[in-house]
Design a protein around this ligand. Structure first.
Ligand code: ATP
Ligand code: MG
Length: 371
């Protein structure tokens, strides 16, 4: 049997004139991720992904397409000739391993090509009969069937499929501009990057390293996170910036209880420069309100005061448990849980200020200029 992947797009179909840009971006992304072994075309809110020959691995492509933002649902369908006999024959073959183990079902027929000689209700009824005869264990349940059999009569062919899986949702990456993710080796920032990319934003990532206080292993961990995120976000430009000297200066010259917030301000200033250079329109962090001392509203205000771009904090209202659930789903949790320290654990004061204010930060920073 010949298979095709049907990927249906979700909310992007609603975007009026933008729709064409979104569709083109989506097709381009799919092509980049699955290679040249497949033909890709789109029609009526569905992208058809067809193997060009027997060497093209459709299951591999299916797994890849499942992670592409902008796709609402995805299924592997059987390609039929556009006549009812072929639809019946292929249905019997395709569902032979599935329907004997089901109790109730319903046929959902859709006829995009109105020249097809049977109406949708007729197709549903007739195919239902054929399946009932073959699988006596089944009965029809129109309200809440245990299993759905779908038949789509489209332009050149008919397609049959069973369960549809949810796609990754969101909007195609690249349709929403670019932003700079401040990516540490922790659990939160990769999830923040994932959620922003899900809204169509292309991601560049910046990691602040503090050698020799942080090891090469810590950086490798962040590089692994980037690689994992790329499964969803597409290519991520990655930068590492050494902040050892600035961290030592802060530790030696400034009040220790302000260390964390002052370091965050330094990071933000460096991030401004990167964002400007890279053409990013926003900076993303993994901050979540109240999670740690540096994430009180007062501290966030102090960091925000030096930001030249909007700072996106997609996790601001999330509990740790919710963040972990996403990181497990996208495969970053295991990497983030590796023990290699990030810069702050080495320098972090025992009693960080919970209520810093901008004036005291600015005053402390004057000390940095002194010899
Ligand atoms: P994460 O789990 O993302 O590390 P966290 O709970 O450890 O977050 P903080 O250490 O307060 O929180 O960091 C807040 C945010 O600042 C991080 O989510 C990240 O966006 C950014 N950040 C912190 N440390 C670094 C770093 N070494 N390099 C790049 N960004 C960093
Ligand atoms: Mg951290």
């Amino acid at each position: 049997m010949k298979y095709v992947i049907l990927a249906k797009y979700g909310e992007m179909a609603l975007k009026g004139l933008n729709r064409f840009r979104f569709e083109n971006q989506l097709v381009k992304t799919i092509r980049e991720r699955i290679g040249t072994g497949f033909g890709i075309r789109h029609m009526q809110s569905t992208i058809y992904i067809e193997p060009r020959n027997e060497n093209a691995d459709i299951d591999f492509a299916f797994e890849k397409v499942k992670t592409i933002f902008g796709i609402a649902s995805i299924c592997k369908a059987v390609v039929c000739e556009k006549n009812f006999d072929d639809v019946c024959a292929k249905s019997l073959e395709y569902f032979a391993d599935i329907l004997p183990y089901k109790t109730t079902f319903k046929v959902f027929a859709k006829r995009a090509d109105k020249r097809f000689p049977m109406t949708s209700p007729e197709i549903g009824r007739e195919l239902g009969h054929v399946l009932l005869e073959k699988f006596p264990n089944l009965s029809v349940n129109c309200d809440s069937p245990q299993y759905e059999v779908h038949v789509d009569i489209r332009d050149t062919n008919a397609y049959i499929y069973g369960e549809k899986l949810n796609g990754a949702g969101g909007l195609p990456v690249g349709t929403g501009g670019k932003a700079l993710l401040l990516l540490s080796g922790g659990i939160d920032s990769p999830v923040a990057g994932f959620l922003t990319a899900k809204r169509g934003v292309e991601i560049s990532a910046l990691y602040f390293e503090t050698p020799p206080y942080t090891s090469e292993r810590a950086k490798l961990k962040v590089e692994q996170l980037v690689e994992k995120l790329e499964n969803y976000c597409g290519k991520i430009e990655f930068f590492a910036e050494n902040i050892t000297r600035v961290s030592e200066d802060l530790k030696n010259k400034c009040p220790s209880e302000l260390f964390t917030v002052l370091l965050r301000r330094q990071m933000m200033k460096i991030a401004n420069e990167y964002a400007e250079k890279l053409g990013c329109m926003a900076i993303i962090t993994g901050e979540s309100l109240g999670q740690v001392a540096s994430q009180t509203l007062e501290a966030i205000n102090c960091t925000n005061a030096v930001a030249k771009f909007p700072v996106l904090r997609p996790l601001i209202g999330f509990d740790k448990r919710e963040i972990i659930a996403i990181s497990e789903k996208i495969g970053t949790f295991e990497i983030s849980s590796q023990p290699y320290e990030d810069c702050c654990t080495v320098f972090t004061p025992k009693h960080p200020s919970l209520r810093p204010n901008i004036a005291e930060c600015e005053k402390a920073e004057l000390l940095l200029a002194e010899l």
